[in-house]
Design a protein around this ligand. Sequence first.
Ligand SMILES: [Zn+2]
Length: 344
Amino acid sequence: MKENMREKLLEIKEIALNNINEVTALEEIEQLRVKFLGKKGELTSVLRDMGKLIAEERPIVGQIANEVRDELEEAISSMKEKLSEEMKMAKISKEKIDITMITNKERLGHRHPLLATIEELEDLFISMGFSVVTGPEIETVENNFNALNSPENHPSRDLSDTFYITEDILLRTHTSPVQIRAMKEMGAPLRIVSAGRTFRFDDVDDTHSPMFHQLEGLVVDENISMANLIHTLDIFIKELFGSDMKTRYRPHHFPFTEPSAEVDVSCLKCRGKGCPDCNYTGWSMELLGCGMVHPKVLEYCGIDSEKYSGFAFGMGIDRITMVKYGLDNIRLLFENDNRFLEQF
Ligand SMILES: [Zn+2]
């Protein structure tokens, strides 16, 4: 009886292993598991006859049965693994994308380098606690000149320098009138930047255009001093161009600030060492203008100049974009030639 059962078990094992090795699909392997190892499976039905054995034979047959079951379980699970792996690979190869295939998909555009620069500058100032405000490109002479303490005989007011629409209306020559609007509307304290198009009667050459872009900043609060201005611009330049950049302030005159300064920044090519680009001075000249807001400008906007003081700064975004991207001709920014724009 014992020998009988032993043979029967080994026979089941051999048949089962052969069947398992021939399987080609996951469903089949499950069917085999049920057939041999399931509750009504062949191995189970042999074991049901264990009761007919004498007591000494039971452990011996039991051990063989366990070994057979373990072997079959292992064969089934390794075959399952093999089949799933094959299925996965087949699926992947079916889903492979042919990158050489030609499609008619529309090409996506991207930010113009000027807009990218404006957004980078705005983000920088937002991170320093400034709010971004905007104003109209068609302005009053009042906001563009008078409120900014620009004397009647100032050369920038001349017909040959400014696009007048009527006697009182013009295309703004700088973004400063946005500061006037902000001070009138919001009062003090104030911390704003404003970027946008500005217009001057300039002939087009490599560095000039009748339409150009500025970004201006204004801070008005109690106890604001030149030290705050220098510190703010210094951080700004380091954030924009790198921590090794230096700033230099040269006295200048603007009607709307007093004192006023022009700001030079370390030459970006040589980073201050001196090179042909900067005439071996190590400085990029006149990258920004700045100063302490003239008390007359504060008073004009209804802000108490005894209590409040402020600083303002402005920069040409076209110039900064050119320096940043190494361009030598401002026209490239406005011609909208895709061969140029696609490089960014
Ligand atoms: Zn240089």
